[in-house]
Design a protein around this ligand. Structure first.
Ligand code: X8Z
Ligand code: ZN
Length: 605
């Protein structure tokens, strides 16, 4: 969830306007700044509660009124931020104590949106934001618009992508969903303009500069860090791409999936080609070894949404973390209501920064949902762990940490653990079984990496105007091709607006966090496995039931953003840098196997 926290200060930035002339009356000093931080922290609980309630209703009852109220709540929030920013300008150039300085920094940098100066702009921005998100949540493709029975929503269309092997059906489902996004183009263009106005009002070059500034390092260094990390994992991705293309070519034939070049987007089992695990049956390295079909296990055991969530909770409690609060069970939305439009994209909510924590999901009992619940509970346990911190520190060490926690825990759902809880039949330790299991996981985690990077490459380009509105769509597909080696299944032109077919674009959630999370989760896992003196390769390690590493993890969560993430990372892993080598270590057996399999192929695109 994109929390709307109090915001703002200008002290550390060049380009801010000077203090107002009457500021000298009560000369600003460091203690005044500390008082202001205290006030922001005190007011945050009530403000968060009100804003979250409006957002929650807008996401769980999508209609004109809930959108209106969410936009108004957001507008109030932006106005509050704008006032604070004005007040904070008074402390520009004053030496501040460490806590106040850090709090000021957090209030400004790394915010997703800063208020444009003009209140009319603020109102327009929040209205557009609500409309874009609602359009995504309510999106449906209808063969006959007059007949609702011919309409399909994202869940239904995604299900086709996941399970059908009929190229025509796949193409149609892909196209139907992507075409629902075309109408959002002009709203998004204006939205991006207004966001830039806000960022620029506080000295940022543009919104991308603002987003990159939230990492306890200069924005330019952060962009270089993401490049470095990507360059380290790119060779592994290319091996996976090469092998999968070859196997899909074998299944679908040259006409549908050419032997060389990029892979068409409809055959990878996912609407956005970000997770390829649904095509595992088509690319399984060794047939006839242990089944890894968790979905079948869930069906057999009669799992429903609550039982799945309880299952995930039990993993966290095995680490010594608390049971989920009663309010979680009372107020979460775990399944899709039949009678109204809701935002089905899974999210975790911290409603009042005190204990009213919830998830919102449209759970169907399958493997993908099982993993997603673990992911969401990672957010929930982060919230619970840092509730003792002042509100300004109640956020991830960086946003990649927040996204990485649940995914790290998922790495412990090894075949051995899954067999133990009866979700797969057996877990043998043969080399074939290991390669199969690694392939399955790589289709999820390694396939994701370029996708995790490219979404914000596109938005950074939109915000800094290197991508003009007239080439929104072609630039999107240039990046899809460059990073993922994927092309659209049919030609797309500028009448389409395919970026808005991905939730985080209309919902305005920065995406680099997921890229970082896909690096950090392996680094976290390696650190915990070292701490528990795990013997054997990294991929065989499960932290299930280990209260000692659970305690260490709880401590990481509890620190929130009270110190630079580099310090938190160093305490947890011994290193203050994000490192991709743990990904490579984890997938070492598969990587070696892929290199052998791909001998003689012309990999790349
Ligand atoms: O959006 C999510 C979570 C909510 S924070 C379900 N994820 C990204 C996505 O779905 O695109 C998790 C993985 C990447
Ligand atoms: Zn998440």
């Amino acid at each position: 969830m994109n929390r709307l926290l109090p915001i703002a200060i200008c002290a550390v930035l060049a380009g801010c306007t000077p203090p107002p002339p009457n500021a000298a009356k009560d000369a600003p000093d460091a203690s005044g700044a500390a008082v202001l931080v205290q006030r922001v922290n005190n007011e945050a609980y009530a403000r968060a509660r009100e804003a979250a309630a409006a957002q929650w209703i807008a996401a769980t009852y999508i209609n004109a009124d809930s959108q209106f109220l969410a936009a108004k709540a957001n507008e109030r929030d932006l106005a509050y931020q704008a006032d604070l920013l004005n007040e904070m300008r008074r402390f520009q150039g004053i030496e501040l104590d460490a806590n106040t300085k850090r709090s000021f920094g957090l209030m400004l940098s790394g915010r997703t949106v800063l208020p444009p100066t003009d209140s009319k702009d603020q109102a327009e921005l929040t209205e557009l934001s609500a409309r874009l998100e609602a359009a995504y949540g309510a999106g449906k493709a209808c063969d006959d618009p007059a007949n609702p029975a011919t309409c399909r929503d994202l869940l239904q269309l995604s299900n086709v992508l996941a399970t059908s092997r009929d190229p025509a059906a796949l193409k149609k489902a892909w196209l139907d969903w992507h075409d629902t996004a075309s109408a959002s183009r002009s709203d998004y263009q204006r939205f991006a303009e207004l966001m830039n106005k806000g960022a620029q009002a506080y000295g940022f070059k543009d919104t991308g500069d603002l987003w990159r500034s939230g990492y306890d390092m200069p924005a330019a260094d952060f962009a270089a860090e993401t490049e470095r990390l990507w360059s380290e994992v790119e060779p592994l991705y290319k091996q996976l791409h090469c092998y999968v293309r070859n196997r899909l070519n074998g299944h679908y034939g040259d006409a549908e999936v050419p032997k060389t070049g990029p892979i068409p987007g409809h055959v990878l089992g996912n609407m956005w080609q970000q997770d390829w695990s649904n095509v595992y049956p088509l690319v399984e390295p060794f047939a006839g070894i242990d089944s890894l079909d968790v979905t079948a296990g869930l069906e057999k055991q009669g799992y429903d949404a609550v039982k799945l969530t309880r299952q995930a909770e039990s993993f966290y409690t095995s680490l010594g973390m608390p049971a989920l609060p009663e309010l979680f069970w009372e107020r979460s939305m775990l399944t899709k209501p039949a009678d109204r439009d809701v935002q089905c994209h899974a999210s975790a909510w911290d409603m009042d920064m005190k204990g009213d924590v919830r998830i919102k999901m449209c759970i169907v009992p399958d493997e993908e949902n099982l993993r997603t619940i673990y992911h969401e509970l990672g957010h929930i346990y982060y919230y619970l762990a840092y509730h003792g911190q002042p509100p300004l520190y109640q956020t991830g060490a960086n946003d990649g940490f927040h996204e990485a926690i649940g995914d790290t825990v998922v790495l412990s759902l090894t075949p051995g653990y899954l067999a133990q809880i009866g979700l797969v039949d057996a877990a043998s330790e043969s080399n074939e079984a290991i390669i199969n299991a690694q392939m399955k996981l790589a289709l999820e985690k390694v396939a994701f990496l370029p996708f995790g990077k490219l979404i914000d490459q596109w938005r950074w380009g939109v915000f800094d105007a290197s991508i003009a509105p007239s080439s929104y769509n072609s630039a999107w597909w240039d990046l899809k091709k460059k990073y993922q080696g994927v092309v659209p299944p049919v030609a797309r032109d500028e009448s389409a607006f395919d970026p808005a077919a991905k939730y985080h674009v209309p919902a305005n959630t920065p995406y680099t966090r997921y890229f970082l999370a896909h690096i950090l989760q392996f680094q976290f896992q390696r650190a915990m496995c070292q701490q528990m003196k795990h013997q054997g390769p990294l991929h065989t390690c499960s932290i299930f039931g280990n209260k000692e590493v659970g305690g260490k993890l709880w401590k990481l969560l509890g620190a929130g953003a009270s110190q630079p993430w580099q310090v938190t990372l160093k305490e947890f892993t011994g290193s203050e840098r994000m490192q991709a080598d743990a990904v490579l270590e984890y997938f070492q057996p598969l990587n070696q196997w892929l290199i052998e399999q791909n001998q003689g192929q012309s990999c790349g695109w």
